[in-house]
Ligand binder design. Structure first.
Ligand SMILES: Nc1ncnc2c1ncn2[C@@H]1O[C@H](COP(=O)(O)OP(=O)(O)OP(=O)(O)O)[C@@H](O)[C@H]1O
Length: 416
């Protein structure tokens, strides 16, 4: 039996993915994919999950989880994607558009989804829009690259693979020093001792022991739903679950009076969703300076030394000539570099990066990882890098791994 065609479209940070998806789903003509025009397609993407989550919040309508009734926002990324795929398949579309389907998934869940998608590819047309070459399914027959709005079709798989092999990158300058260094009294920044967490009677974390010291470089890994976000939210003060337990952050026992504001001062935090808060017309220079004031815009006149420092960071990122440009006009990869510089400008004792490379193309992800490695090498800031994906270039000193079980996840420290 002849298998249906499977398309892969490699996207880059400048790709107008949204427009292409809309054209495909609204049956508009797209060069090289004309066979899809009369057909009925559905979308499998993070944005669809967000749309259903929005529906739940605003109108209390549960579409994807009609049977279980669980709120989507309390489910892990893997659970959410599973629910969306099931819902889409029930509608039996002729083709499916998959946008970065493996993002935010742990290795095991990725493997399961891959198997399921390969199965679907045996009787449905798939259009994969992916930013990482590793994510392209082996059944792919037709290859494209989306550059801005223009879709380039390759003559053969070989030409595609040869042209798009990934390059590595390194930064030359050293990272700029802070204006005034943080005084860290206790070199033990975070200490979990036998900390357990339950939600609605279900244990999620079981007797966690984890110490993060000044200057450490950690990667936090664990399958979807193993409790990584829960663990981080106890450190950042966004969850009360740590109260009454043996959890000490920056020398203060959790719940002993330190305000969330004090805590946030000492933690640089970045997750791709944070970027959405900066939709206004902020110049790159002001973006970095605002990191010194923990504000979204800049409401005070910056001093000369603040400006100088911001320019040192922009120079490191090769963006100095564009300091007056608006942050909103940068590519996704450039935005993330600026956001990390903004989070690092004070050299906080702790920098948390939550799935920071999700959705980036290979070149931008390598660049991002190179910056993080550099920060780890050249500063006293401790780093926690959360990711499912093996970032081949990342060089953490330790891995903290969560392993789920019936009684909640236990954690182990692995030296790399
Ligand atoms: N507020 C909440 N109410 C009920 N259950 C919750 C809540 N927050 C988290 N959970 C549950 O706790 C478990 C751990 O969730 P958490 O988001 O910490 O996992 P994770 O490892 O970060 O997952 P992912 O990699 O998918 O982001 C999940 O099963 C989730 O459904």
């Amino acid at each position: 039996m002849k298998l249906p065609i499977s398309y892969a479209i490699l996207t880059q940070n400048n790709s107008n993915t949204k427009q292409l998806v809309e054209n495909l789903l609204k049956n508009r003509p797209v060069n090289g994919l004309s066979e899809l025009q009369p057909l009925n397609g559905l979308l499998f993407s993070r944005s669809e999950i967000n749309r259903f989550m929005d529906e739940e919040e605003r109108h209390d309508i549960k579409v994807l989880t009609e049977e279980s009734g669980q709120a989507l926002k309390t489910m892990s990324s893997g659970e959410q994607k599973k629910a969306l795929l099931k819902y889409l398949l029930q509608q039996n579309p002729d083709f499916m558009v998959l946008v970065n389907p493996f993002d935010n998934l742990d290795v095991t869940t990725q493997a399961k989804l891959k198997e399921q998608l390969l199965d679907i590819a045996s009787n449905k047309i798939l259009v994969q829009l992916v930013s990482r070459l590793d994510d392209i399914l082996p059944v792919t027959t037709n290859f494209f690259k989306l550059d801005g709005d223009s879709l380039h079709q390759y003559d053969s798989p070989d030409t595609f693979w040869n042209e798009n092999k990934t390059k590595t990158f390194n930064f030359n300058d050293t990272i700029p020093l802070p204006l005034s260094p943080f005084e860290v009294e206790n070199p033990k920044l975070v200490s979990f001792k036998n900390v357990s967490v339950s939600f609605d009677g279900r244990q999620v974390l079981n007797q966690i022991n984890w110490t993060i010291k000044k200057g450490d470089f950690w990667q936090l890994i664990g399958p979807n739903g193993s409790g990584k976000s829960t663990l981080l939210s106890m450190i950042t003060g966004d969850s009360h679950k740590g109260y009454g337990q043996d959890l000490t952050i920056f020398g203060h026992k959790k719940g002993s009076g330190e305000s969330v504001w004090d805590l946030k001062q000492k933690i640089g935090y970045f997750t791709p969703a944070v970027t959405n808060k900066f939709r206004g017309y902020h110049s790159l220079e002001n973006m970095i300076i605002s990191g010194l004031h923990d504000s979204i815009g800049l409401y005070v006149q910056p001093t000369d030394s603040e400006k100088h420092l911001a320019n040192e960071w922009l120079s490191l990122l090769n963006l100095k000539d564009r300091k007056e440009d608006h942050f909103r006009d940068l590519t996704a990869g450039e935005k993330r570099l600026v956001m990390v510089a903004r989070a690092m400008v004070k050299h906080p004792p702790l920098l948390i990066l939550d799935e920071p490379t999700a959705g980036l193309d290979d070149v931008s992800a390598n660049l991002f990882v190179a910056l993080v490695n550099k920060i780890a090498r050249e500063s006293d800031t401790a780093i926690v890098f959360v990711s499912h994906r093996k970032e081949p270039q990342l060089t953490p000193e330790y891995i903290y791994e969560l392993n789920p079980s019936e009684k909640g996840s236990t954690g182990i420290k692995v030296k790399t």
